[in-house]
Design a protein around this ligand. Structure first.
Ligand SMILES: C[S@@+](CC[C@H](N)C(=O)[O-])C[C@H]1O[C@@H](n2cnc3c(N)ncnc32)[C@H](O)[C@@H]1O
Length: 254
């Protein structure tokens, strides 16, 4: 059972406020992101030219920038005011960057208005995936895609103090790789719960990736490569919205 009854506050807000300046400065070149997570997640994207895309948990906006440079029309959301500030600076005045908590209803976004939701390295901080995925389902058009990356459930379990793989729990890690020690709380959950949340929200899982170190990472950071070739740090999913047909006449209209 989850260990967070009744608590609805964004668990990693303080940590990301503390990290935002360094995160924004380093994210384009930081090995685990630039040469490992991002290249893997990007392989799951379709050709985004002309697509309306939600960058959910945009941070300082590096994914949004990539999407725009590949022809997408982007809307971005993040809960950290400093991250939003960096994203606005980076993306300019023509991109809507909302300061919003993804754990709350996304009422500011229209139903069936997006072709793709990209949610990179954010679901680690979301307690109730089902509630958020229902919102993603609502704002996506039929057959729209949800692509996300998240901490790998097996590797995250190795950091758990509770010897129960099946538990969903809040854990903490002290990150030092951005140059200062920051305690980052995050959620750990079993793979089964991840898949159930996707499928029960009306999506079909199309592809799952347990990324291996890229050639670039192997060349640039042999130390990181060694660890990552034995244990996947992240897992990436691509899922598509299944259309709910409520009547035969509705189906005939499609
Ligand atoms: C690891 S960063 C990923 C940023 C970006 N997606 C990337 O890959 O560069 C996680 C981001 O999730 C945001 N975040 C955490 N909890 C959130 C929530 N409840 N609602 C919206 N954003 C959240 C943080 O503020 C942070 O910017």
């Amino acid at each position: 059972m989850p260990d967070f009854p009744g608590d609805d506050s964004p668990i990693a807000l303080n940590a990301y406020e503390e990290l935002a300046e360094r995160y924004a400065a380093q994210i384009d070149t930081k090995a685990e992101n630039a040469y490992y997570e991002r290249p893997a997640t990007l392989t799951l994207l379709p050709d985004v030219k002309g697509m309306r895309v939600l960058d959910a948990g945009c941070g300082p906006g590096s994914y949004s920038e990539w999407l725009i440079s590949h022809g997408a029309e982007v809307t971005a959301v993040d809960v950290s005011p400093t991250m939003v500030e960096y994203a606005r600076r980076r993306l300019g005045p023509n991109v809507a960057v909302w300061l919003k908590d993804l754990s709350k209803p996304l009422d500011f976004l229209d139903t069936a208005s997006f072709d793709l939701v990209l949610c990179a390295l954010v679901l680690d901080y979301i307690r109730d995936w089902g509630r958020l995925f229902q919102q993603f389902y609502r704002i996506l058009r039929n057959s729209g895609l949800l692509v996300f990356s998240v901490g790998h459930p097996f590797t995250d379990f190795l950091h758990s103090k509770r010897p129960d793989y099946y538990a969903t729990e809040t854990v903490e890690a002290t990150w030092t790789s951005f140059g200062i020690p920051v305690v980052v709380p995050y959620m750990r959950r079993p793979l089964q719960e991840m898949i159930d949340s996707i499928v029960n929200s009306g999506f079909a899982v199309e592809k799952v990736l347990e990324p291996e170190p890229s050639e670039e990472l192997k060349r640039k950071c042999p130390r990181i490569r060694k660890g990552l070739s034995k244990l996947p740090k992240f897992i990436c999913f691509r899922a598509s919205k299944i259309q709910k047909v409520t009547s035969i006449s509705e189906a005939a209209m499609e």
